[in-house]
Design a protein around this ligand. Structure first.
Ligand code: AMP
Length: 300
């Protein structure tokens, strides 16, 4: 799978304190999550301040960093956010685009035929430019956020016409659709282009809308430490799972939502990507089994 998105340094304020220079970014989380299932090719940009050791840690996960550009003219993208003590809401305090401001994703020749493509949360115009460079992917999944709904709505609408799966959180889904009830929200968003829609509800799980089918996945019941990156790990795990299956069917999509939720549940157990980086396939399989247990019931 190919992952394009932000690679960042985050400053995270939460009940545990302030955490500075935490490695983050949509592409970072999605790649680490995807690497649990599939080969991952990462495309993004970092600045002169980004440590080689961190790139090496990503490589150790089997992530091909051949598309990670180093722009020595500036610093890495920086995002700063503050969570409420109950972790149910967060506020963005700063977004410093830094080297991201001039980023033009260049998809290396050997990444262009990759069948599963994740357009992580970056400017929609850049997400479009990625699609212009790749050859007929089997599946394109895109994530976005309020920053782009507010600032680049026309580009976002153009992008959505070319996306197969839109992954978006509930509040942003309402904002983008102009609707409130999820029945109307999903109908509006599916009219914009994607055939499949996934609405994330944070600690309450996610809804999948595909064709006439609706599927609900819970979130795992646990005490989260830091939700940063949960959405990206969810999407990366989901796409990695589909890439490992090779075929996109409604059944595989449902399973993919559960696998994405399982990966995301580990992400929130640590600050930044620390827990994800240590996650083993065995631990993940165990949690998927627990997901099955909490959703299984006897019929009739
Ligand atoms: P998530 O918690 O999954 O929504 O994603 C958190 C990650 O998104 C953080 O690691 C940030 O570095 C990254 N991020 C925040 N704002 C933006 C933005 N405007 N563009 C790209 N990435 C962003």
């Amino acid at each position: 799978m190919l992952v394009v998105g932000s690679v960042a340094f985050d400053t995270i304020h939460n009940a545990l304190g302030t955490h500075e220079k935490v490695v983050g970014g949509s592409a970072t989380y999605a790649s680490i999550a995807g690497s649990l299932f599939s080969d991952v090719q990462l495309v993004g940009v970092v600045g002169k301040d980004f440590p080689d050791a961190t790139v090496a840690a990503l490589r150790e996960k089997g992530i091909d960093t051949g598309g990670l550009e180093v722009d020595a003219s500036g610093d890495t993208f920086h995002w700063e956010g503050k969570y409420t003590d109950d972790l149910t809401a967060r506020e963005t305090l700063r977004t410093d685009l830094n080297v991201f401001a001039n980023f033009q994703p260049k998809i290396p020749e050997n990444f262009r035929k990759t069948p599963f493509v994740m357009l992580g949360n970056i400017a929609p115009a850049l997400q479009i430019s990625v699609l212009d460079q790749v050859e007929k992917p089997e599946l394109v999944i895109a994530d976005t956020m309020n920053f782009w709904i507010d600032g680049a709505l026309d580009d976002l609408k153009e992008l959505l016409k070319r996306v197969d799966v839109l992954v978006i959180n509930e509040e942003e889904a309402r904002q983008l659709s102009g609707q409130h009830h999820l029945i109307h929200v999903s109908a509006e968003l599916l009219k914009m282009g994607p055939q499949t829609l996934i609405i994330k509800q944070g600690e309450y799980g996610a809804w999948l809308f595909v064709g006439d089918e609706v599927f609900s996945a819970p979130a795992f019941l646990l005490e989260a430490k830091d939700p940063t990156g949960a959405g990206d790990s969810f999407a990366g795990g989901l796409l990695g799972y589909l890439a490992s299956k090779g075929e996109v069917t409604p059944e595989n999509l449902k399973s993919a939502v559960i696998h994405g939720s399982a990966v995301a549940s580990f992400c929130v157990e640590g600050v930044g990507p620390e827990r994800l980086l240590k996650l083993t396939k065995e631990e993940l399989a165990e949690r998927v089994a627990q997901f099955r247990k909490i959703t299984d019931f006897a019929q009739g």
